[in-house]
Design a protein around this ligand. Structure first.
Ligand SMILES: NC(=O)c1ccc[n+]([C@@H]2O[C@H](COP(=O)([O-])OP(=O)(O)OC[C@H]3O[C@@H](n4cnc5c(N)ncnc54)[C@H](OP(=O)(O)O)[C@@H]3O)[C@@H](O)[C@H]2O)c1
Length: 347
């Protein structure tokens, strides 16, 4: 029997951390080493995360780099940005392969990072591989530090990149309109995510200022081979999980939805997480819920000459923890879909 890969989860008591726990426990090649929290350190796992009662005994640990490193081959860091970088640096220094779910290492231009995050980049800034497996699979095979993409960027980039790479749409004038479930905001209660203030309404937030904008632009600039600037408007929608992104692009003359579909299918051939539906289908977040899958579909509006890309993911799985496990699978030479083959929970 081959030896299992020992993984620790730092930030295991939050939403993406809990999702990582669930995925690691169901993964045939991984062994859970440490469950690390901050304010919940010292509490029983089953008290902090009641869904794991009867599954996980023991307590949430406080972070101790030496102790985590001694027991682990790899670590997932599921921490707020800013808090993540120093912990990531310590674990990398100790030789662990690190999969960081925060935004601390996703951008490549330090000036862009400082402008959007109002913070100085950390030592390994610019050294991480961007963990969108479908576009960076080869680079991930040897990565020591992986910057797992943001949830909105995952949904938008996967849908738009094939069209830019194939020259089917203009790089100017792209508009990304996204709707996210409330778990995207994390576990800490906030007035803006309080049930009575979210349950029956829908609103845009961080209009023209959301921090995922430069991340989407960075990766679509790579796809287009030139600088891309776009409009990105996120919305908070009263469901727990899921992101639906509707992206509008100017079609090059004569381009059809069928050609866009073909280009995406060609790019994602052999990618187990991506399903490109036929034109005419409008993906639903319920069709990917609880799974590491993205469903993408394209439409063409002949009146306006626009291509409309529709993409649905589960923000906690393909948008975060599932994608992190997918990156680990590639990094450690495992089957890319190991532990991630579960069908969506539907209805
Ligand atoms: N939620 C999503 O859909 C999503 C998707 C993609 C990426 N992300 C990113 O993933 C990261 C985690 O998000 P989340 O939604 O899981 O957040 P969360 O539910 O708020 O959980 C945060 C975790 O970080 C720990 N923590 C908080 N402050 C800390 C500090 N100063 N030092 C060390 N640990 C600290 C918490 O521990 P205690 O509970 O013990 O205090 C908790 O385990 C964030 O960077 C987020 O942007 C989230």
């Amino acid at each position: 029997m081959t030896k299992k890969i020992r993984v620790s989860i730092v930030g295991a008591t939050g939403y993406t951390g809990a999702e990582l726990l669930r995925l690691v426990l169901g993964h045939p090649d991984l062994e859970l080493a440490a469950i690390v929290g901050q304010s919940k350190a010292g509490q029983r796992v089953s008290d902090v995360l009641p869904s794991f009662a009867g599954i996980l005994d023991g307590e949430v640990e406080a972070f101790d780099a030496a102790s985590v490193a001694e027991r682990s081959d790899a670590a997932f860091c599921a921490l707020p940005h800013g808090a993540s970088a120093p912990i990531v640096e310590e674990l990398c220094d100790r030789g662990l392969k690190v999969f960081d779910l925060s935004a601390d290492f996703r951008l490549r231009d330090p000036a862009v990072f400082e402008a959007w995050y109002k913070a100085k980049p950390s030592g390994r800034f610019g050294k991480a591989v961007y963990g969108l497996v479908e576009l960076y699979r080869e680079a991930l095979r040897t990565a020591d530090l992986v910057a797992v993409p943001g949830c909105y960027p995952t949904s938008a980039i996967l849908a738009i990149a094939p069209l830019l790479r194939s020259g089917l749409v203009e790089a100017d004038g792209i508009v990304v309109d996204s709707k996210s479930g409330v778990s995207g905001a994390g576990r800490s209660p906030l007035p803006s995510t309080h049930f009575p203030e979210t349950a029956e309404g829908i609103r845009a937030y961080k209009v023209a200022s959301h921090r995922h904008t430069p991340e989407i632009e960075q990766e679509l600039s790579v796809a287009a081979g030139r600088e891309v600037k776009l409009v990105f408007t996120p919305h908070l929608v009263p469901y727990t999980r899921g992101i639906l992104s509707t992206s509008y692009m100017v079609a090059k003359p004569g381009v059809t939805a069928a050609e866009c579909t073909e280009a995406a299918r060609a790019l994602y051939q052999g990618s187990p997480s991506v399903v490109v539906r036929d034109p005419g289908v409008a993906p639903d977040t319920l069709w990917v819920r609880g799974s590491n899958r993205v469903q993408i579909a394209y439409a063409h509006d002949p009146r306006t000459g626009r291509i409309i890309a529709l993409s649905a993911i589960d923000n906690l799985v393909k948008g975060a923890s599932g994608q992190a496990v997918q990156c680990l699978n590639v990094r450690f030479g495992l089957d890319e879909g190991a532990g991630l083959r579960g069908a969506p929970q539907w209805p």
